[in-house]
Design a protein around this ligand. Structure first.
Ligand code: ZN
Length: 337
């Protein structure tokens, strides 16, 4: 039987032990390499793009020879105006991206020895950066599994039996229940969305799946509408979970981890914030597949390290070049609800 990817050495690409053993200077150098991968960590002016700079080593700043603009490695990124050391910032990235079922902010604040609010803001910045990498506007291709799972909407029963209501009736429900719709390429990217009803996934599929792809879905009748546009593979879960390779098990695996994340780490997620754990989860799934399928001779730099290079103000030519094919206009990108 093949070894699970998470048990392999390739999955351990970013280690907390190595980060703290290497120290602050090495962490700073890593940030420079992440920010300016095209020049191997040599500073590039964010204002005019000039590669010739003076280094102000005592303040860890740079001054552009062309426009005299002063900047640092974090200028214009999610880490701008930071107070934490670089080694702690790198450790925060490591803890968050390695936690496949998420991590609570109280736990992160204890690990980093910082205030709860500091950990909370830092984690949200990292989640925002991950969301930018997930919803790029690039459509899914190959074989795509689509499915939905309902989250939240739990009604706590009253203390006394005589006060309790029938929670199955619509008038007694909170209206807070949301569905997470996942579209997942087999051995590829994962796109998660949050909606009120699972049938909304049909429109999302039209926007986010390539016309040459094929789709797997379960027996829910709203997926019948997809037969007109794609070769479909259906699996009736009341009969079997997998028949002759037809299944939606990859999508179900996402839901399984998401449920454990909500139950074990967040305990409760308000419907308007359900995309907060969902989108980074899609990023981690995609990152795991890309790391697993990285060519043996490619750069050992972990895919996760690119996270620190994302955020406002950084237009990475390399990232833009990767998205040339199947790119839709940015305005048609589906909004997270
Ligand atoms: Zn400049």
């Amino acid at each position: 039987m093949a070894q699970h990817f998470l048990l392999s050495a390739a999955s351990r690409s970013l280690s907390l032990r190595k980060i703290y053993k290497a120290g602050e200077e090495a962490a700073y150098k890593t940030f420079c390499e992440m920010r300016w991968p095209e020049t191997d960590g040599e500073a590039v002016c964010p204002r005019c793009g000039c590669c010739e700079t003076y280094g102000i080593t005592t303040r860890r700043k740079f001054k552009c020879k062309a426009c005299h603009h002063q900047f640092s490695v974090t200028s214009g990124t999610i880490f701008a105006s930071r107070k934490m050391d670089f080694v702690d910032q790198l450790a925060a990235i490591c803890i968050i991206v390695n936690a496949s079922k998420g991590v609570s902010m109280v736990q992160l604040s204890r690990d980093l020895d910082c205030q709860y609010k500091t950990a909370f803001v830092l984690a949200h910045k990292l989640r925002e950066a991950m969301a930018q990498e997930v919803h790029t506007g690039e459509v899914l291709d190959g074989h795509v599994e689509i499915d939905g799972a309902y989250f939240d909407g739990h009604i706590r029963p009253e203390n006394r039996k005589e006060d309790r209501k029938d929670r199955r009736l619509k008038e007694n429900q909170t209206g807070q229940r949301r569905v997470v719709i996942v579209m997942r390429e087999r051995k590829g990217r994962t796109l998660p969305f949050v909606s009120k009803q699972e049938p909304e996934g049909v429109e999302l599929a039209k926007e986010n799946i390539d016309r040459m792809a094929s789709i797997s879905a379960d027996e829910a009748s709203h997926w019948d509408l997809l037969h007109a546009a794609w070769p479909m593979e259906r699996i009736n879960h009341s009969v079997a979970y997998s028949v002759d390779g037809a299944c939606t098990n990859q999508a179900e695996s996402d839901f399984s981890r998401l449920r454990r994340m909500v139950m074990g780490q967040h305990h409760h997620v308000s419907p308007q914030y359900l995309c907060t754990p969902t989108t980074p989860h899609g990023w981690k799934t995609t990152a795991a597949f890309r790391t697993a399928n990285r060519p043996a001779r490619s750069s050992p730099t972990p895919w996760a390290r690119r996270l620190a290079g994302t955020g406002k103000g950084i237009g990475s030519g390399r990232r833009d070049a990767e998205r040339t094919e199947n790119k839709r206009p940015i305005d048609s990108r589906p909004a997270l609800t």
